[in-house]
Design a protein. Structure first.
Length: 173
């Protein structure tokens, strides 16, 4: 019998290192979890999300079986992360960008966010394929200033329509 780590132990060690690299603003390899059993895959993905949150990372959890929620999921996750007291610098940097994104995509009541409280020209075109990557990039820059990582977590990626998959893959880059 050898003393090799269990496959899941090696995976989470790699994820831990990747999250630390991201928090330092260093590139990291993407991780792809494949499971024979959907419940095992969901449990492993949740464990990865929890690990990232424990490190103070922003975790945006997408569900490929519900691609219509990409815009609201992104905005909600960023709003929740920015509301944490430890992310005050990021909140000041990101709130106008997030406001513009919410306005452009109808995620708030019309007129509820004054135009002066938005970052005009960033993530506010009204096109998800352009704005989600812009918003994630701006958020990643703010997270880096806080020494935090950003994790895009996609469950049931195989169910995403090509356009939604393209949007999320672009956001990863």
């Amino acid at each position: 019998m050898t003393n090799q780590p269990r496959p899941d132990t090696a995976l989470f060690e790699a994820a831990d290192i990747a999250l630390d690299r991201m928090a330092l603003g260093r590139h990291s390899q993407s991780l792809l979890l494949l499971a024979d059993n959907p419940d095992d895959g969901a449990a492993s993905l949740q464990r990865l999300n929890d690990l990232a949150r424990d490190k103070g990372a922003l975790v945006v959890e997408f569900d490929g079986s519900n691609p219509d929620r990409i815009l609201s999921t992104t905005a909600e996750a960023i709003s929740n992360w920015l509301s944490h007291p430890a992310n005050g610098t990021a909140r000041r940097a990101m709130q106008p960008t997030l406001n513009g994104f919410k306005r452009a995509h109808g995620l708030v009541e019309p007129g509820s966010i004054p135009l002066k409280d938005t970052d005009i020209g960033v993530a506010d075109s009204g096109m998800a394929s352009e704005d989600v990557p812009d918003l994630i990039a701006a958020t990643a820059k703010a997270a880096k200033a806080e020494g935090k990582a950003v994790l895009l977590s996609i469950q049931s990626m195989d169910k995403l329509p090509l356009e939604a998959m393209g949007t999320l893959i672009t956001a990863l880059h």
